[in-house]
Design a binder for this molecule. Structure first.
Ligand SMILES: C[S@@+](CC[C@H](N)C(=O)[O-])C[C@H]1O[C@@H](n2cnc3c(N)ncnc32)[C@H](O)[C@@H]1O
Length: 231
């Protein structure tokens, strides 16, 4: 959308964790009104029923810069309104996508959504104020994130919610790694896969048990380390 002062704009809508029942009404209305809706294919699949008039611009990791350039060019040259869709909530481990949009337009409006983190907290009954969030879903800084994980697990004062990193830093490898750094292997944890999808799965056990799992985990996996005295 272009404003009267010619500032270019885009809206980022967070679509929720997969089941489109978790897309907010505000997000749905924004998508229904958009001329262009860009997002990764899995994200577009969530909102496809609501993007009735929009041109869908599907991106993959390798071509996301080109697809965003294409969409933003239509904003600048044709006055189209653009929505970029983000998975889960847009303030949870989605900064790289937000930055990509922010560097291309003058103003970015944000429509927040429901995060996989909130669904995991609802499934386990834990509260944000008793929980620390750590993501490995970042190109840089995983050593720092793993150090933080170790710190909070050893401290034992909070639950820790951790987003693993497909495909190299996944639950079995992460737990094997933290065990070698002296974390208590009897601590209870949960791994969720594909939260809110029809094939959602939950695994509960100890850190020791997770470290020897040999089956593959979904790229939509989320780990909860439970504060020792809550179990
Ligand atoms: C780039 S991060 C984006 C997180 C997203 N902004 C959110 O709020 O859920 C992607 C990671 O989030 C986690 N994730 C997202 N959706 C999930 C789901 N439905 N079930 C389990 N984990 C999920 C996985 O760890 C996945 O690799």
């Amino acid at each position: 959308m272009t404003t009267t002062d010619n500032r270019t704009r885009a809206t980022i809508v967070a679509v929720g964790p997969g089941d489109n029942g978790f897309l907010t009404l505000k997000g749905r209305q924004t998508i229904e009104e958009a001329d262009l809706v860009a997002g990764f294919e899995t994200v577009l699949n969530v909102i496809r029923p609501f993007a009735t008039k929009a041109e869908l611009c599907s991106m993959a990791y390798r071509d996301q810069e080109e697809v965003l350039d294409y969409a933003v060019n239509k904003v600048i040259n044709e006055g189209k309104s653009l929505v970029v869709c983000a998975w889960g909530d847009l303030n949870v481990s989605a900064k790289e996508l937000l930055d990509r949009v922010r560097k291309r337009v003058d103003q970015v409006d944000l429509v927040p959504g429901i995060s996989s983190v909130q669904i995991a907290m609802a499934r386990t009954g834990i509260s944000l104020e008793h929980t620390v969030f750590v993501t490995l879903h970042t190109r840089a800084g995983t050593e720092t994130a793993l150090d933080e994980l170790l710190h909070y697990l050893k401290e034992g004062q909070r639950n820790v919610i951790l987003l693993p990193r497909p495909y190299d830093l996944m639950p079995a490898g992460i737990t094997a790694g933290i065990l070698s750094k002296g974390v208590d292997g009897n601590q209870q944890m949960t791994v969720f896969q594909r939260l809110t999808h029809e094939d959602e799965q939950r695994w509960d056990g100890t850190i020791n048990e997770c470290a020897v799992i040999t089956s593959e985990f979904s790229d939509l996996s989320l780990m909860v380390f439970h504060k020792p005295d809550t179990h």
